[in-house]
Design a protein around this ligand. Structure first.
Ligand code: AMP
Length: 278
């Protein structure tokens, strides 16, 4: 696998290539969730590019940025084994040669959940994804449903800017106890990791139980279940329409709905979600 650190070198390589480019943007500390995106991209494209870039503009919390796990050597080995053709590991200056203060408008999509708990987060995501698309010019780009709201934002970014790329959402890959794989999981202590297993349990139970409760009852029940666990502090448990991401009040408000959750396990913030129906 080739590794490029600069835009110029990556683009010189891409200029020589024919066929469809599949692109997987990541922040590194790779796991099987990321590799499932590489696998899907390989199935559907002639060339697969993966970027590893811890994007400072999407971190609203300086400590979170400093503590974000960085395991580049291991990441490159995993990517090579997965059959990725090229990795792009740019510096901050390569991605942002001049300060970019663009402000994106996502209507109501970024006013809820992650958008309200992490001010500026999705604007930073949009900045980096737009810039990476301009550099790589992929035919298809792959994103995890694990970051459900991010996927909705990126789909809207594509529509609004009329970007010539197909956005493909891929299922969440989980650990054997159900915990959604995440780069942040490696920062959990043993005790926090044990408690974190209750996050998917609550989501799976919500899917089983939702017909027996009202929307507000299930939200309250889920928050209580999570708060009971040692070391867990739930931030939100929201039930939203899968397209508009607006919270619903009654089950009949929508035909498609997803439960989204954010929880702090010690100092580590984890998110997950589950489609309740259809
Ligand atoms: P990140 O490195 O966390 O920015 O994630 C890079 C991409 O991998 C994003 O599109 C994520 O949604 C996706 N991803 C992260 N974790 C998982 C997972 N457990 N299953 C599937 N995709 C994931």
């Amino acid at each position: 696998m080739l590794v490029f650190h600069t835009v110029a070198d990556l683009q010189a390589f891409l200029l020589e290539k024919k066929g469809d480019i599949g692109f997987v943007p990541t922040m590194g500390a790779l796991h099987q969730g990321h590799l499932s995106l590489i696998k899907r991209a390989k199935e559907e494209n002639d060339l697969v590019i993966c970027s590893i870039f811890v994007n400072p503009t999407q971190f609203n919390d300086k400590k979170d940025l400093e503590n974000y796990p960085r395991t580049e050597q291991r990441d490159l080995e995993l990517l090579a084994t997965a059959g990725c053709d090229a990795a792009f590991t740019p510096s901050i200056k390569e991605i942002y040669p001049i300060e970019d203060n663009s402000v994106f408008e996502f209507g109501s999509l970024d006013k809820v959940m992650e958008g309200s708990f992490r001010p500026g987060h999705f604007n930073g995501v949009a900045l980096v994804v737009k810039r990476l698309f301009e550099i790589v010019k992929p035919k298809r780009a792959y994103f995890g449903q694990k970051d459900f709201q991010q996927l909705a934002i990126i789909r809207q970014l594509k529509e609004k800017l009329n970007l010539p790329v197909e956005i493909i959402g891929c299922p969440t890959v989980r650990e054997s106890d159900g915990l959604a794989m995440s780069s942040r999981n490696m920062r959990l202590t043993e005790e926090e990791r044990k408690s974190a297993a209750s996050i998917p349990k609550v989501l799976f139970n919500a899917k089983k139980l939702y017909k027996e409760m009202s929307v507000s009852e299930i939200k309250q029940w889920a928050m209580e279940q999570l708060a009971k666990q040692p070391l867990l502090t739930p931030e939100y448990f929201e039930i939203v329409d899968s397209s508009s991401l607006q919270p619903i009040k009654s089950w009949s408000d929508t035909k498609e709905c997803v439960a989204c959750v954010a929880v702090k396990a010690g100092a580590v913030r984890l998110i997950d979600n589950m489609v309740l129906f259809p």
